[in-house]
Design a protein around this ligand. Structure first.
Ligand code: ADP
Ligand SMILES: Cc1ncc(COP(=O)(O)OP(=O)(O)O)c(N)n1
Length: 312
């Protein structure tokens, strides 16, 4: 287990829904956090009957029981970083936000989960306002995919300039760092390809490009890996935000955590190409080894030869 400089084991909490299929949600988070050598805690907000083919049923935990779980882990164990995933309803968001506001000083990563890849809604539509105005102001890092960024901003994203505007608008709700994830580019929105580079670095069909916006410096960083040609991408967003949270818990800076998580999720998708879990959109491989170079004290961003980092 990774130890903080103070000597205690690094601890990360996920507040999210359960995916019975094990590829996304709480299960993806626990596997990922553990893989990073960080002690994983969980508060379950909803149960989903889910597999690689889709979501068959959803059962929300009561807000009171969500608070009971939060109190249990906070009072006894504590946490060095927190992530939120599927929160399902306005009342659960309110409960989580009020607990975080009253008790927590650790960094909070908000993955604003709204819809599963198969199309099942994981956030009730009337809960978007609570997400925006109660939870996002408490976040250190917010990680929307493109459709989620569109819902939060209320306008479509068709270009890199649109994404820059969206990142600034989301940051204006309170957080310092916004990561607009590029996994959905070819199917959900039309991003102009090869817009900025003749090398094809920004060709949306060939690369998975995440745009990181830092409000305090007003700077954009593009994190780019090759796009893996695979259907086994169930749970990529959960895995990514859980890896960010694990790295934050072990003391990495925000940017190093995002960059390390990006490299991890790329490798987890790549390794999953050769396995056969389920009959639909399979999960990523959370058992992906963490190379020494990931560890924050090494401080390297470009840990893979074919991972490109660009600051624009
Ligand atoms: N086919 C892929 N190849 C490489 N990286 C991918 C692929 N699909 C998603 N990613 C990466 O996985 C992470 C999660 O992104 P995304 O799939 O957009 O999130 P979500 O699961 O929330 O929709 C991002 O870093 C994204 O760039
Ligand atoms: C319980 C639960 N939480 C979150 C998700 C969404 O996960 P995500 O990483 O966005 O991956 P996809 O479902 O979109 O593949 C989920 N499905 N279930």
């Amino acid at each position: 287990m990774f130890r903080q400089p103070s000597g205690h084991v690094a601890r990360a909490l996920t507040i999210a829904g359960s995916d019975s299929g094990g590829g996304a949600g709480i299960q993806a988070d626990l596997k990922t956090i553990h893989q990073f050598g960080v002690y994983a805690l969980s508060v379950v907000t909803a149960l989903t009957a889910q597999n690689t083919r889709g979501v068959q049923a959803i059962y929300d935990v009561s807000p009171e029981f969500v608070r009971a779980q939060l109190s249990s882990v906070y009072d006894d164990i504590g946490m060095d970083a927190i992530k939120t995933g599927m929160l399902s309803s306005t009342s659960i968001i309110r409960e989580v936000a009020s607990f975080l506001r009253e008790n927590v000083t650790s960094p909070v990563v908000v993955d604003p989960v709204m819809v599963a890849k198969g199309g099942a809604p994981l956030l009730q539509s009337d809960a978007v306002e609570a997400l925006k105005h109660q939870l996002l102001p408490l976040a250190s890092i917010v990680t929307p995919n493109l459709p989620e960024a569109e819902v939060i901003c209320g306008y479509p994203l068709h270009s890199w300039e649109d994404c820059h505007r969206a990142a600034r608008d989301i940051a204006s709700l309170g957080t310092n760092l916004v990561v607009i994830k590029g996994g959905h580019v070819p199917t959900s929105v039309t991003i102009e390809t090869n817009q900025k580079s003749s090398s094809g670095l920004y060709d949306a069909s060939a690369f998975a490009t995440d745009i990181v916006y830092q409000k305090d410096t007003d700077k954009f960083t593009y994190l780019v890996t090759p796009r893996v040609d695979s259907q086994k991408t169930h749970g990529t967003g959960c895995t990514y935000s859980a890896a960010i949270t694990a790295l934050l818990a072990s003391g990495a800076s925000s940017l190093a955590s995002i960059a390390g998580a990006k490299a991890f999720v790329y490798e987890a998708i790549s390794r999953a190409r050769t396995w056969d879990v389920g009959h639909g959109h399979g999960p990523t491989d959370h058992s992906t080894p963490i190379p020494q170079a990931y560890w924050p004290q090494v401080g390297k961003f470009n840990v893979y030869q074919d991972t490109e980092w660009r600051v624009v």
